[in-house]
Write a protein that binds this ligand. Structure first.
Ligand code: ATP
Length: 479
């Protein structure tokens, strides 16, 4: 079957039906920032809820936290972001477009050129070859000032990832809960990066939401847990309905790995950008014990900060030599009477990027009575509206009966009620929103108290007793 997923179609449906709008639209828009409308807000909430349910709620070895976006600046020193979180960029001298070096393509005939050799690169905007400024570092963290008084005002950062809030709370969670290694902490929240090149709709934006896990395990068991999370994260997308032919793993080559990482794999999705484009949906990394060790170093240096020496952020962190396994973030494994800094497996997913993948994967067109039908075939767990209730016509008590059913259902599922227009049009509207079921009160309802329940995908209708609609839906939706 031909792949009919086209980004333009999805973007236009998103706008038309209120999934996603350009931010600040009435003021001409703000580049690479987006707002979720009524259907989109429900969809993204369901994506996050499914992640939380499967990754946190249903696992005995996981807990969740919710950290503030603003954190102590030394956290970003210890994590390496203050010193290294930058992209190498070059400006085209002709059209002034700034591009990330790793996003520049080599010109035809110069395919083998090194990735840093700008003489071989093509400007993606004007097409000029090798006409770039010297590569320079562009810092990705947004900075702001905190504190009203000159004395205590300081530069803080909007977090570029949620992960560091987890490391910063690892000790708190251990001390306040009954968790023992191996265990993990999950978090969903906003992150901010002043991205150089933004991309395709909500794929790469400057404000986005992440769903991240840090899973702490004993060194030596890390490879087993890495494999576990790698498989589990792929399965999560498959279970929520993504076509398996649109998903793949991509292992990072050794020269791509961060110096501290032992292994990293991306879960990639075949996005419909251009002719089809495999892009990262999520990364799963074995980060060794690097982050906790770094934070121990940060904790040592922070005394200088407390004494008002703000320059500490510019100097290397105090090294603890080889005593790090005795430090404050070391874990005491009571049964085995040993102390160590746990290794960490990090599955890091984007909620917006995931939402885009679910949207484009659900997009379908078929033909009904000679007309094209746009339909979003969402997994019922993700569908923004689970059921729509209609009276067939506005008479014979049908609206009253339909309203009563709707009022009863809406306490249990997100539902909608619609009495305007021909029934076929009302079905089409729900198909476009991805609503799995439509419930219609008709002439027969008065006689035998049954309603029709129409399935979005098969378009088949069955009669169900009005009193049993709730349990029927609960069963079918598997919520
Ligand atoms: P890239 O190389 O594409 O910039 P990254 O490898 O830096 O991404 P990570 O830091 O691993 O990304 O972030 C984990 C996840 O967070 C990504 O897989 C993605 O789903 C999401 N993410 C990261 N940056 C953005 C962004 N600017 N917009 C939307 N989602 C993002």
């Amino acid at each position: 079957m031909a792949d009919i997923r086209k980004l333009e179609d999805v973007v236009s449906l998103c706008k038309r039906r209120g999934f996603i709008f350009q931010s600040s639209d009435i003021y001409g828009g703000l580049a690479s920032c987006y707002d979720y409308g009524p259907l989109g807000a429900e969809l993204k909430r369901n994506v996050k809820e499914q992640w939380w349910k499967q990754m946190v709620q249903m696992r005995d070895d996981m807990v969740g936290i919710d950290c503030s976006i603003l954190m102590h600046p030394m956290i970003w020193k210890a994590s390496g972001h203050v010193d290294k979180f930058a992209d190498l960029v070059a400006d085209c001298k002709a059209c002034k477009t700034r591009t990330r070096l790793d996003h520049l393509q080599n010109a035809p005939g110069k395919e083998d050129a090194d990735i840093n050799d700008t003489s071989a690169k093509v400007c993606p905007k004007c097409g000029k070859i090798g006409n770039f400024t010297e590569p320079m570092e562009f810092k990705l963290m947004f900075e702001t000032q905190m504190g009203a008084n000159v004395d205590d005002s300081m530069t803080v950062y909007l977090r570029p990832e949620t992960a560091q809030g987890i490391f910063a709370n690892y000790r708190n969670v251990l001390d306040s809960s009954r968790m023992a290694v191996p265990f993990g902490i999950g978090q969903i929240g906003k992150s901010f990066r002043n991205e150089v090149t933004t991309k395709a709709f909500i794929f790469r934006t400057r404000e986005f939401e992440q769903m991240e896990i840090e899973f702490f395990c004993k060194p030596g068991t890390d490879e087993k847990w890495y494999e576990h999370w790698k498989q589990l994260r792929m399965q999560w997308y498959l279970d929520l309905g993504i076509n398996k032919d649109h998903l793949r793993f991509r292992d990072h080559a050794s020269d791509e790995l961060a110096h501290y990482a032992k292994a990293c794999v991306d879960v990639e999705y075949l996005f419909p950008f251009g002719q089809g484009d495999w892009q990262e949906l999520e990364g799963v990394a074995n980060r060794t014990n690097y982050d906790l060790r770094q934070h121990q170093r940060g904790m040592r240096s922070v005394t200088r900060w407390i004494e008002n020496d703000r320059d500490v952020i510019k100097t290397p962190l105090v090294d603890e030599n080889d005593k790090w396994d005795k430090g404050p973030l070391a874990y005491f494994d009571q049964p085995n009477n040993e102390k160590y800094i746990p290794y960490v497996i990090e599955p890091s997913a984007g909620a917006d990027r995931g939402t885009l993948a679910f949207l484009v994967d659900a997009y379908d067109e078929d033909e009904v009575n000679g007309e094209v039908r746009n339909v979003l075939r969402f997994h019922p767990k993700l569908a923004p509206v689970k059921a729509a209730v209609f009276p067939l016509v506005k008479k014979e008590g049908m609206p009253e009966k339909a309203t009563a059913i709707y009022d009863d259902l809406k306490g249990h599922f997100n539902c909608s009620y619609d009495l305007k227009g021909a029934i076929g049009r009302r079905y089409r509207r729900q198909d476009e929103a991805g609503t799995p079921f439509c419930i219609v009160v008709d002439g027969q309802t008065n006689e035998d108290n049954t309603v029709t329940v129409r399935d979005r995908d098969s378009m088949e209708q069955v009669r169900v007793n009005a009193d049993q609609v709730k349990s029927y839906l609960r069963d079918k939706l598997d919520l």
